[in-house]
Design a protein around this ligand. Sequence first.
Ligand SMILES: N[C@@H](CCC(=O)N[C@@H](CS)C(=O)NCC(=O)O)C(=O)O
Length: 258
Amino acid sequence: MQDRSKQKLPRLITISISHYCEKARWALERLNVPYIEERHAPLLHWLATTPNGGRSVPVLVTEAGTFTDSTEILQYLDGMSPVSTKLYPADPELRREVEKLEDLFDRRLGPSTRVWFYFYMLDNRDVMVRLFCDGVESVEQELFAIVFPCVREAMRQAMNVKAESAARSHQEIRNIFETVNQLLADGRRYLVGDNFSACDLTFACLAAPVLLPTEYSARLPESNELPGEMAQAIAQFRETPAGAYALRLFREERFSQH
Ligand SMILES: N[C@@H](CCC(=O)N[C@@H](CS)C(=O)NCC(=O)O)C(=O)O
């Protein structure tokens, strides 16, 4: 017999390693919304997202509707949350600043950290199959291991993963980190206002592929699995004020109770 109470929980469709999915998981957990995560391997995730009107992950399926973008998910969850836990400030001007930074990170940081990470990691079949299969149903894991070479090629094409784009992405990440360094230079505790908000959460998640925080809630590569050049760049990113800030957010805010 099916457990009826579980049928009502929101369902989060994800690819485990995806940093946009970590953004949705973090918001759900911070706002104390119980949910069921359904993890899929890349490309095979379309079998779950397409019937729900989306293509990319995360997709959140709720009784109130289906949300197919991480920012839409945060805004929907925030609307149901008490004032004390809100991720968007009530003050309209502060809210505009939060949304502007969130949009910058969504559009420019997330795609850049992803291309940079995959440029170094996609060649390592064993590690990537293990990371992509973290928490995925066993039948899908077996199928994914077989089709991995084709999926990898499709991902390379779709995201234009090659040396030149990785170099451009590296520069873009440095530019956005510099913007964050400048905001933090006056000693503020959070990017906007006095509280942790959606732009802090988004920055930490979308920077994660170049920082590899230990609190990330899906498997990431071990340090001994990283190519030397990548490990060196990660060490440099971690030492910047922006990198140290994202790591602090993971340490202090990722699993804090509200
Ligand atoms: N704007 C979207 C971007 C999400 C996104 O790019 N997801 C990637 C994984 S990191 C994805 O699903 N890619 C596979 C696809 O588009 O089929 C959001 O914020 O949710």
